[in-house]
Design a protein around this ligand. Structure first.
Ligand code: NAD
Length: 380
């Protein structure tokens, strides 16, 4: 099977899909591996490292798309790139299938099997393939680093002959994978951390990493069978905002990570709450790119709102591209390995597999994922 790994072209993207370690393993499994010249450069890997493990280096990007049986990458492709692919070829990457309707239709029309990394189920067995978690974990760390750089104070308490500095107060809203890592990172730096999440099971996880859980009675909230938060009613959002207001006013740093899978994130920090914070405080809105948890946050920018620095940077994991690449590559390789036929030396698109079917968006000229199909047909 011919596997192609093209270079990521999105501006500012230094993460890569496959490191030489996993390229070597793919070659050992019998794949014919083609890597675009310069593919690994963003994360510090040279072409020579890929050719040393058995890959061919290609200068012809279009030919790579046209000849590949399987394309492995990080970001979604351009529709024009999909049109270059063979019918029956397989494409694996992030796809954002809930929002990228044109892209999904382009895959369908081209007869390409599109597999979405976002749709890997959050089960114990698929943990090693779970790129959302690996990248969110790093994003949690980076958010705290960003806040620490912009805050004109230090995080830990410091007792010196020149006086005592109080620890910074950090409030984390949304304690999923990224939020819990942000809490743990802020704690390691010596901050006093409070957190809130709508899923009741999270309270214990927050306490176990040494933070205080803010109790807010929102009535029935619960979580989906996949462990995701359910969307709150407008009344519940109003209660949450009111209850958080005082904590936010006393916080030096607010980090928001609240997401509802497949939906726009809720606005949880409003302009009046920002106005209640001390000048120089910092807010990091991890959801800025998808609509934002914070009123006034701007995707990919750092702005001042009422004297508060509001950071809306996207691609946070990309700030630590080398580690992010290593983890994404491990996730992607595990997915391929799990679906690889040793006898046929190829990736099997098997609708009886326990993990794969939910991640397949299009196959054989059809949208096979029922959730995405319903959205495209306007049914959800
Ligand atoms: P996510 O990115 O979808 O959301 C981030 C957090 O925001 C979640 O914890 C969610 O409950 C919270 N949230 C939503 N609305 C909120 C609101 N109004 N206020 C405050 N918080 C709000 O979540 P995620 O980090 O991707 O994790 C989703 C779930 O998947 C979690 O239960 C996590 O433990 C689980 N998970 C399981 C595995 C596994 O078992 N292999 C792996 C990864 C994640």
């Amino acid at each position: 099977m011919r596997i192609a790994i093209p270079k990521e072209t999105h501006p500012g993207e230094y993460r890569i899909p496959i490191t030489p370690t996993h390229a070597k393993k793919l070659c050992a499994m019998g794949a014919e591996l083609e890597v675009e010249a310069g593919m690994g450069a963003g994360s510090g890997f040279t072409d020579a490292e890929y050719s040393a493990v058995g890959a061919t280096i290609s200068q012809d990007r279009n030919a790579m798309f046209g000849n590949a049986d399987l394309l492995l990458r990080l970001r979604k492709p351009e529709p024009d790139e999909i049109r270059l692919m063979k019918r029956g070829a397989i494409h694996i990457s992030y796809l954002d299938p809930f929002n990228e309707h044109t892209l999904v239709n382009a895959f369908k029309d081209a007869g390409v099997t599109a597999i979405s990394m976002e749709m890997i189920p959050r089960t114990t067995r698929s943990q090693k393939m779970d790129a959302l978690s690996s990248q969110a974990n790093l994003a949690g760390y980076v958010m705290v680093m960003q806040a620490a750089i912009h805050l004109p104070r230090i995080f830990p308490m410091m007792m010196t002959p020149a006086g005592t500095l109080k620890p910074a107060n950090v409030f984390v809203i949304g304690a999923g994978v990224a939020g819990l890592q942000a809490i743990a990172t802020a704690k390691r730096l010596g901050a006093k951390v409070t957190a809130f999440d709508t899923r009741p099971v999270v309270a214990e996880q927050v306490r176990s990493v040494g933070a205080k859980f803010l109790e807010i009675d929102l009535g029935e909230t619960g979580e989906t069978t996949d462990g995701y938060a359910k969307q709150l009613t407008p009344e519940q959002i109003a209660i949450q905002r009111q209850a958080q207001k005082e904590v936010i006013a006393k916080s030096d740093v607010v980090i928001t990570t609240a997401q509802v899978f497949g939906r726009k994130p809720p606005i949880l920090v409003t302009k009046d709450m920002i106005e209640g914070m001390a000048s120089g405080s910092v807010i990091v809105d991890m959801a800025a790119e998808t609509g934002g948890n914070v009123e006034g946050s701007v995707p990919n920018e750092i702005v001042q709102v009422a004297g508060v620095t509001v950071i809306g940077k996207g691609n946070l994991a990309g700030e630590v591209a080398r580690d992010a690449s290593q983890m994404y590559s491990a996730n992607l390789f595990s997915l391929v390995e799990d679906n690889w036929s040793e006898d046929d030396k190829k990736f099997m698109v098997d609708f009886e597999h326990d993990i794969l079917p939910g991640c397949i968006i299009t196959h054989g000229g059809e949208v096979t994922n029922t959730t995405i199909k319903n959205i495209l047909e306007g049914g959800a």
